[in-house]
Design a binder for this molecule. Structure first.
Ligand code: ZN
Length: 202
């Protein structure tokens, strides 16, 4: 597997900030990056020219804005309704994770959101049945808090068949998105997806 430069690497090194060399796992990796620092330091534009085009990732991180933590479909519908919604999802999934396509004894119902940052609307676009490992990776912010970040990273690498640079880029991208969305503190939930199915929103 060839090396690639990550955006995080660029920001930390080329912009003159200190890079955490402990992050490299092998001497070979360390030496590669040491050389790259020299190569790009005087010519930062070259970095972007050489950056790999974004490969499609099946499993992505999505950080939920702080102001809507804990606010979800489950908290917005009647208890019995949430059970009905979940059950329908699980039946449709037939014990297969919607993302990694593995077979599991139990799945989680995962809410997929779209963020309209201009109008401060967090819109529910889908609820899917996914495995616990995929769920842990998507909510990487939470994984960090409960100490399962390594599992999240490993699952990301496996499902996307990608390398550490892709992971670093994804974490950086998710953090930048998260920071921007956290500046908005009055997100309104759009739950029309389930309202249209006849469920009442509290
Ligand atoms: Zn999965």
């Amino acid at each position: 597997m060839g090396h690639k430069m990550s955006r995080q690497f660029y920001i930390q090194v080329i912009k003159g900030k200190e890079f955490d060399f402990n992050a490299f796992r092998t001497r070979e990796e360390f030496e590669y990056y040491s050389e790259e620092i020299k190569r790009f330091k005087d010519n930062p534009e070259k970095f972007f020219e050489e950056l790999d085009p974004e490969i499609p990732l099946i499993l992505r991180i999505q950080l939920i804005p702080k102001s809507t933590w804990g606010v979800n479909v489950r908290s917005k519908v009647k208890k019995g309704d949430w059970d009905k919604i979940r059950k329908a999802i699980y039946e449709k999934a037939n014990m297969e994770c919607h993302i990694c396509e593995g077979k599991y004894e139990s799945l989680d119902a995962h809410e997929v959101w779209e963020f309209d940052e201009e109008n401060h609307i967090q819109k529910l676009v889908e609820i899917i049945g996914i495995c616990k490992a995929c769920h842990n990776t998507i909510h990487y912010g939470r994984a960090n808090m409960i100490g399962t970040q390594k599992e999240a990273r490993d699952h990301f690498l496996k499902v996307n068949e990608c390398d550490m640079v892709d992971w670093q880029n994804e974490v950086l991208q998710a953090r930048l998105d998260g920071l921007r969305r956290n500046e908005i503190t009055d997100w309104k939930l759009d739950l029309s997806l389930i309202e249209e199915q006849g469920y009442e929103i509290k």
